[in-house]
Write a protein that binds this ligand. Structure first.
Ligand code: DOR
Ligand code: ZN
Length: 344
């Protein structure tokens, strides 16, 4: 196959930061994706409708005039999120859901939820109002090994949450384990998962063999190969419960190559090409369109996009570095080849 044309995709999990960085990175996403679910883990976090509305305006102002792009905003759930805010969010046209970060699980999650078990009223109100819950599914208890944190979160909290609130739409974000894929596959209707390019293309050997590779470090952390294979099977299974969410999460080179390096892979500069690389390696390019452009929209009850994009079978190299807001950033897959190129 020399070229493939698919419906324009959407990114159902994206970090665009703020300020000068935002201005430089939004076009990397808007050049190919029509919509993206914007994560609220700014400092301070996006916890109010007003903050989300002004953040949305800043994002729209950064979209080049030749692109069409819709940011779908999320609100950051805290232990103090009010039921009134949930009811108001349900009526707000640009809010797509609430993001649950267990406090301390990842970048800028300190204000997140400290006691998931105490949030039943909040989840039930979301369920009643039809507001989706987007979940960073990792426990933060210090005695739980970092490689087990997703599985333990599912067993300790998520299984029960999904059953207790039987109409709540739940997205388990950036899944990394066989247990997560199985959980989502077997769960009731209204439960889905996003999968990142790095969790499809890599496993923890790519993080640790031959030296620590800080640019492959994200959270939840890459797992062993058997988990990678389970995610790969989920992505090519054709199940509409699994869809594209890059979790592109830029940090500057100096913040990544650091004694305490930040978690996050900046995949936006090559996002759709990375997924094409994965589906192509699996001989499943015919599954790319549903995964990238249909299943997410269907889950959220939104129309699929009416425009299309074309990828050509032509190898190219992801830049070793890019300049963002006057600083050097190392994109995910930097310096490596990809076999599919976006035709602009
Ligand atoms: O690797 C990650 N980076 N995982 C997250 O959950 C957050 C993200 C970020 O904001 O940098
Ligand atoms: Zn994220």
């Amino acid at each position: 196959m020399q070229r493939i044309t698919i419906l324009r995709p959407d990114d159902w999990h994206l970090h665009v930061r703020d300020g000068d960085v935002l201005n430089d990175i939004v076009p990397e996403t808007s050049k190919v994706f029509h919509r993206a679910v914007i994560m609220p883990n700014l400092v301070p976090p996006v916890t109010s409708l007003e903050a989300a509305a002004s953040y949305r305006e800043r994002i729209l102002a950064a979209v080049p005039s030749q692109h069409q792009f819709q940011p779908l905003m999320t609100l950051y759930l805290t232990q103090n999120t009010s039921l009134d805010l949930i009811r108001a969010a349900a009526k707000a046209p640009h809010i797509i859901g609430f993001k649950l970060y267990p406090a301390g699980a990842t970048t800028n999650s300190a204000a997140g939820v400290t006691n998931v078990a105490n949030m039943a009223e909040v989840f039930e109100t979301m369920s009643e109002c039809g507001v989706p819950l987007l979940v960073h599914g990792e426990v933060t208890e210090a005695d739980v090994d970092i490689f087990d944190r997703e599985k333990v979160f599912i067993d300790r909290y998520l299984r029960h949450l999904v059953e207790q609130h039987s109409r709540l739409k739940v997205v388990l974000e950036h899944i990394t384990t066989a247990e997560a894929a199985q959980f989502v596959m077997a769960a009731r209707e209204g439960v889905a998962a996003t999968i990142t390019p790095q969790h499809l293309l890599m496993n923890r050997n790519d993080l640790l063999v031959g030296g620590v590779r800080p640019h492959n470090f994200c959270l939840p952390v890459l797992k062993r190969r058997t988990h990678q294979e389970a995610l790969q099977q989920a992505a090519v299974s054709g199940s509409s419960r699994f869809f594209l969410g890059t979790d592109s999460a830029p940090h500057s080179q100096s913040n990544k190559e650091n004694a305490c390096g930040c978690a996050g892979c900046y995949s936006a500069p090559a996002a759709i090409e990375l997924y094409a690389e994965f589906f192509s390696r699996m001989n499943s390019l015919d599954k790319l369109e549903n995964f990238a452009s249909r299943f997410g929209a269907e889950f959220y009850g939104l129309p699929v996009n009416d425009s299309k994009i074309t990828l050509v079978n032509e190898s190219w190299q992801v830049p070793k570095t890019v300049q963002v807001a006057g600083q050097t950033f190392v994109p995910y897959w930097a310096g490596q080849e990809l076999q599919w190129r976006l035709q602009i």
